[in-house]
Structures are given as structure tokens and as C-alpha cells.
Design a binder for this molecule. Sequence first.
Ligand code: FMN
Length: 192
Amino acid sequence: MLDTRPAPRSARAPHDAVRPTGQERSFGADELIVSKTDPRGVITYANDVFLRVSGYDLDQVIGQPHNLIRHPAMPRALFKLLWDTLAEGREIFAYINNLASDGAHYWVLAHVTPSYGPGGKVIGYHSNRRRPSAKAVAEIAPLYERLLAEERRHPHARAAVASSSVLLGELVAALAADYETFIWSLISREEH
Ligand SMILES: Cc1cc2nc3c(=O)[nH]c(=O)nc-3n(C[C@H](O)[C@H](O)[C@H](O)COP(=O)(O)O)c2cc1C
């Protein structure tokens, strides 16, 4: 059977190596940051905008796990939701704060979809990201901070993500019927 679990930690990029500087970077409202991965999240394609904004060369990203640009301020619960949704064969929209090679960060509104091959097998994933509005980021950031604070209360990753996933469910439930409805309420208020 095709292995669609995220690459094991030992095979992952040492994302702790890049220290966040707190410097924010942006990109054009008419630009799309695009990447594709294999079924385990290893990057197989990145467009020019991806490379420019993240500050990497193509040969530094191809073959690397996508957590290469993971920002430590992003809660684990969000990535669990992303992978769980993809594992169900569904697409997901998410606001993600990414870390560039020089420590700058940049927020994106990502649309991540499974890619299917012959026989309906998942052959990888595809993410298109556009620039989110400052307003949406201002709404989502405090929510992520609460999730991160919950995760920091637990010394073990497994307990941390379990606990913050419960909290994510509660925070979303207080605002909308489910995550999809919640995220669309933010996306629909993006200016175009
Ligand atoms: C198509 C695709 C795109 C992704 N894009 C990002 C991204 O832009 N930033 C990010 O931090 N993780 C992204 N991920 C999730 C990473 O694979 C990983 O789960 C995440 O960085 C958390 O890493 P960690 O488990 O080492 O904490 C993406 C995954 C897929 C399948």
C-alpha cells in the first residue's frame, strides 16, 4: 500500500537551524507560491515565487521535507489537521506562517490538495498559496498562539498535539459549525 504518512522525524530537515528574526516578508497580491510534494510531504516542485519568498535555491528545496520552512510559532495541531484532512482525500485551506532561510517569516493562505494517479492512488500533494489579508492574519494569529501555549504545557509531542487538537476543535466550535465553515468565513472576508 502507498505510504502517505508524513516523513519520519529522522528524515526531516533540521528546521531548528534557522532562527526567526521577527522580520515579516510579503509578496504580491497577484502572485502564487506553489509547491508539490510526494505522498510523504517531500518537495518535488517549487515555483520561482516560492524560491524568492523563502530564500532558497531550487536544489536546496527539491528532495527536502516540507517542514524545511516550518515556523516554530505554528501549532502542531494545524499540521495534524492538514495531514488528517489530506489522508481522507479532502482538500484543505489554511493560514500558515512560514519561515524563510534568513529567518524572516511570511504568512500565506494555502490551498492544499491531493493529486491522484491512475487507479485513483494518491501520488502526491499540491499547495497553492496567496497573500492573506492583514485582517485575516490578525484574526487567526491569536488562535494559533493559544494552541501553541497549550502545546508548550506538554513536554511530549504526542500529548501536546492531542491536547491542542482538542482545543482547536473547541475554539472552532465556538465560532462556526466546523473548520471548513470557520475558514471560509475568514476567506470570504479577504479583499480581492
Ligand atoms: C503539499 C504540502 C504543502 C505543505 N506546505 C507547508 C508549508 O508551506 N509550511 C509548513 O510549515 N508546512 C507545510 N506542509 C506540512 C509539512 O509537511 C509538515 O507537516 C509541517 O511543516 C510540520 O512539520 P513537523 O511535523 O516537523 O513539525 C505542507 C505539506 C504538504 C503535503
